[in-house]
Design a binder for this molecule. Sequence first.
Ligand SMILES: [Zn+2]
Length: 309
Amino acid sequence: MALILKCKWRFFNNPTSLWTRLIKEFYGSNGGFFQDRKPAAGSRPWSRILAVEVKFHVTSLVSKSTLRRSVGNGEETRFWEDVWIGHRTQATLFPRLAVLEATPVDGWRWCWQRQVRDGRPAAELSRLLELLTSFSCSDHRDKCVWELSEEGTFSVAETRRWIDNDILPEGSGTTRWCRLVPRKVNIFIWCLLLDRIPSFIALSTRGIEINSIMCPVCQDYPGHVGHLFGSCDVAVRIWDAVARWLQIPSFAYLTPREVFARVDGSRINAKQKEVLEVVVCTVFWVIWQYRNDVVHDAGKLEKRPFLWY
Ligand SMILES: [Zn+2]
């Protein structure tokens, strides 16, 4: 599995090599990576590679944002289509704005098809400008960053270790227990980190017949753990609100394991870390409660502006 991820790393690190250009001809500029479903057609070996990559996302083993671009002079990074700030492409985060871009390929110099004055495009522009205040270019070349490695470069050994730790839970260290949250929340977090919560996908893979495996909150994507707690619209808004509240980077688009890994690795004192852990546990718990409300009280609940605004 780690070797398949190496393929992805090499694809984005060698954009001008012959095999990369060939794949791009058939599968587009991203080579078919970063999708939620495997391609319906295509060459068999490459389709299999993509299918395994999709499985990584669906099972939350390795999130999409593990590979991203570190921008230096911006010459090799596409503003709208590459993951380079945050954990998704700007075209995904700001779709209304992206379609107004007249020259998307040369997207570092914006040229709107019409003036952005009001409505959703204006709101998206405001959020984008806010996001860019923390960003600055340099004279260095752009490069790819592999977030599972401390050096930022891909390593089969390190990736294999990461996957092993996830697949073999008994070898993954001590059980996490936060004394400031209720026992039921601790038990829930324990199940969440072992990927043992009864999501529709989990029930389906255990042979229980269910109507749909789609996320019950948004109905747009399969309802796996990584999506529900990381990239679903409600989750993103909560994590972003928490980030603004605590003035820290957002936990949106991370898997639960990655969230706790970041909490554990934060350079703050023990007390602050404990408080952050309480906040994180509470967010996971609230998202799960909200999801259950939607499932069990379908039709009664509306999607509502959420907490911490
Ligand atoms: Zn969703």
